[in-house]
Design a protein around this ligand. Sequence first.
Ligand code: PLP
Length: 386
Amino acid sequence: MSIIELDNKYVAGTYKRFPVEIASGKGSILTGTDGKKYTDLGSGIGVTAFGISDDAWKSAVIAQLDMVQHTSNLYYTEPCAKLAELLCEKTGMKKVFFSNSGAEANECAIKVARKYSAEKKGADCFTIVTMKNSFHGRTLTTLAATGQDHFHELFNPLTPGFVSVSVGDISELENVLASTKVAGIMLECIQGEGGVLPVPEEYIKKIREITEDQDIPFIIDEVQTGNGRTGKLYAYMNFGIVPDIVSTAKGLGGGLPLGATLICEKMQNVLGFGDHGSTFGGNPVCCAGAISVIERLDEEFLKQVSEKSRYIFDTLSNARGVESVSGMGLMIGIKTEKPAAEVVAKCIENGVLCLTAKDKVRLLPALNIPMDVLEAAVKVIIDACA
Ligand code: PLP
């Protein structure tokens, strides 16, 4: 049996995989088992921030593997403590809880918001408001937070206490706040799975104002937008606000599973002994890799992310067959005249791997993709769109 046949036979059929079998890679180039080379503009859905088998990341991971690969959270390890320090120093947050995925980072954020609000306003203050068209994960709680009904079908009952409102409609949000005890508001600054749609800055600022006035935890889901993806360390830094809680994952671990929930000063002591936990959370190997990612996301590096973004926007906005380009930094959605799936299939044929999000072609290249590699790949996209 081929690997594809074996996978189709034994792996649960939850993923619509492309007919590409990856053997290896380096940087932004992946090699198939048939020897075909692909330029990777998806980076494992925004995960391999510094590309495949990046030397600095690999050295950090291997050095840690040579010492100890896991200890449990019963003991202290340096990478976990150092990564938490780095994240707090770069964001001004005060505590970090480590988990293994974006969904878990959001679960923790929701627990912090609910406990903070329950202690301040009573146990009946538990509702979390999220946005329509959002995506927050696949667990039963983060599915409840996800404002897209089609993900919910046949999995009910989901965790109760979630309401979703339309992005940009402040009066709808104010009506919910007037009629419901709200324990938190959660949003993505740019809806990724929802079609790479930035949320209007004025709306985000207004929510910050309301949540400050009413002492409601404001959670920003930075699972996809975080860790340099938008040209700032975290996307909220483009929107002139500071949230109370930040959840992140994907690019943080650079390719190993790691989630983090960053908690502000006011809420830093909400989680106490026994309130939350994770066997693998804060794993020293994952954290060692993450330190090598976060340490390199300085001003100069992030400027290059923005420059590459500008190049993609400028080049694709005027291309034949492209209706519009959305997003920020190296998180880009392309509305094409042809169906997105057709464009992506054509790109694969010509050696470029792209993603889709709703009706768009989506690009999430490695943040350090070399300019010449990017230019050649954009040419392939242009040809596929025309
Ligand atoms: N939140 C956002 C904004 C995401 O884009 C995703 C995944 O795409 C998640 C949460 C869930 O992350 P994970 O698949 O790591 O659980």
